[in-house]
Design a protein around this ligand. Structure first.
Ligand SMILES: [Mg+2]
Length: 364
């Protein structure tokens, strides 16, 4: 069986900043809008491992992070830059594998032409070193012939590690991990499993089919098979290179708000991040959708098909703000509910024309 490797960059946004300011190497660095800035209601986008020791995590509200780690060094996000560096990572990985499938801005699955664990381990060490030497970025790498196990192994290897799991060691590798190590088991499901006495993947392996079906619904059988070390075909195979598709970002506000300025600021930030993601995948967008979820959990959306495709954050930002303003004005004339969550999607993708154009636009 050929191995699949997952390469996942460590504290990616923070690492992109530290490579320009190496004196911050071991400092508690947070990428996000500093709590002293007027936009202090955002969330932490990335936390260094030194900051994580204080209990700070990405997606934590900045004020909470500032309370937990008052000495944190805040760096404002530069999402177009992270998108450009992601392109460099992808180019480098493409020289080392048959296929590279980007999964997010800082994570990719690679299909290797290797069937034994030792050469895979050597391959991973050389790739990790290359990423560090050429790009100055730390990464973690997991490997297994099963895609989902390679992903879990890359998480288990963090930070800075390599974890290669031969197929016959799959069950033993998974056994001690918490149930939430399985992708798709979120905090709520993990809590439900915990209450039913399933704390580790090993405990899931010994659960009865009926109990697991009750707790996990239609995922029960595939989770059960994985926990016993024999992932289903679907979980085992390389994720499809789905090519052009829709990309979206969601942000829940720290407090429900009717403040249009706050929502506009959030969309500006999200447009930067989303355009960075698209840049990494080499995509131009031609449609934009903004969705607002209200305090009563209902949602409204508005979208626009653009006459031509675009790249970079500028069009995404201005259209997103226009669409959100429309939605808010209409709401004001009706129920005047506060906004709880903001989503921004881009779609109708076309391949980008040339790297140079992208770099120029992203740098502008
Ligand atoms: Mg990462």
């Amino acid at each position: 069986m050929r191995y699949i490797a997952y390469v996942d960059m460590d504290a990616y946004y923070v690492s992109c900043e530290i490579r320009e300011r190496p004196e911050l190497e071991d400092a508690p660095v947070l990428v996000g809008r500093a709590p002293t800035s007027p936009e202090a209601r955002g969330v932490v986008l990335s936390a260094s491992y030194a900051a994580r020791k204080f209990g700070v995590r990405s997606a934590m509200p900045v004020l909470q992070a500032a309370r937990r780690c008052p000495q944190a060094i805040w760096i404002p996000p530069d999402l177009p830059k992270y998108g450009r560096i992601a392109g460099e990572i992808r180019d480098l990985l493409a020289t080392r594998a048959e296929r590279v499938i980007p999964l997010s801005i800082d994570e990719a699955a690679l299909e290797l032409d290797l069937e034994d664990p030792e050469p895979v381990r050597a391959w991973a060490a050389s790739v990790q070193e290359l990423l560090k030497e050429r790009l100055g970025l730390p990464s973690s790498i997991g490997g297994s012939p099963y895609s989902i196990v390679a992903k879990i192994a890359s998480d288990a290897a963090k930070p800075g590690g390599i974890r290669i799991v031969p197929p016959e060691e799959t069950r033993a590798f998974l056994e001690p991990l918490p149930a939430r190590a399985i992708p798709g088991i979120g905090p709520k499901t993990a809590q439900r499993l915990d209450q039913a006495g399933f704390h580790t993947v090993g405990e899931l392996a010994t659960g009865s089919t009926e109990t697991l079906r009750r707790l996990l619904g239609r995922y029960a059988d595939s989770v059960h098979a994985l926990a016993r070390g024999t992932p289903s075909q679907e979980m085992g195979r390389l994720p499809e290179d789905r090519g052009p598709r829709q990309h979206s970002l969601d942000r829940t506000l720290a407090h429900d708000t009717r403040d249009a300025t706050e929502i506009r600021q959030m969309l500006t930030e999200m447009a930067g991040e989303l355009s960075g993601l698209l840049a990494q995948e080499g995509l131009r967008y031609q449609s934009i959708v903004v969705r607002l979820r209200w305090e009563d959990f209902s949602q409204t959306q508005r979208g626009r098909q653009l006459p031509a495709s675009h790249e970079g954050a500028a069009m995404l930002e201005s259209e997103a703000i226009r669409l959100a303003t429309d939605l808010l004005e209409r709401e004001r004339g009706e129920r005047d509910r506060a906004v709880r969550r903001v989503s921004l999607s881009a779609g109708s993708f076309a391949p980008r024309r040339g790297r140079q154009t992208l770099l120029d636009e992203a740098a502008a």
